[in-house]
Design a protein around this ligand. Sequence first.
Ligand code: GLN
Length: 243
Amino acid sequence: MKITIGHLYPDLLNLYGDRGNIQCLKMRLLWRGFDAEVLRFGIDDPVDFTKLDIVLLGGGSDREQMIVCRKLQNIQKDFKAYVEDGGTTIAVCGGYQLLGHYYNTPDGKMEGLHLVDLYTEQGSPRLISNIVLQNDLYPYPVVGFENHGGRTWLGKDQKPFGKVLFGHGNNDKDGQEGVIYKNVIGTYLHGPLLPKNPHVCDDLLIRALRRKGFEGELEPLEDQEEREAGDYIVKRFTGGKAS
Ligand code: GLN
């Protein structure tokens, strides 16, 4: 079985090396004997969502997001159909903000994709921190790093990616971080989110594989070092509350 991963706009939305997340998805498929293909899309390329199993929309500065958001309306309809059909998506930081209705900044309002019921308002200061989340979906907490000016607010029926145990999260007020809608995960945790959290990577993979008809379970991989690093971070920032 082959999984095709579509990386949307790596030239513009690739703050903090979000590309490493693509490598993680790909290698964890190959190590288990699946095929994996990565397609990179430039801002003017047509995107055929019917050929994709996982979509990654990375993080970007406000300036880059403004360029991207003008183009996004061209793919909105097909992206929405993909999401509603259970297509797997991981959207990070700037990409996460663009999943929603809008991102409002002092330099202008960016129209979002309206794929998930959320919106973002820029605030001050920037929210910069290590972060630890808990979600009962996962066997372990999720660890990462956040750096965003935007404050994101979820619509009342939306579920967060996690409850914040340490850090700021969506808006520094409601104790929530990110969103999970159908098979879409949106989060402010950028950089090596998936290498640091192999359990989140595998969750995305199983969502994509199930949609393609895979009925088995994912073979466990050797994640001892990642687990130890994750446990260390959880202890350091939460005093062990989540472990
Ligand atoms: N430009 C957005 C913000 O500052 C997202 C930043 C990012 O992708 N790190 O909120």
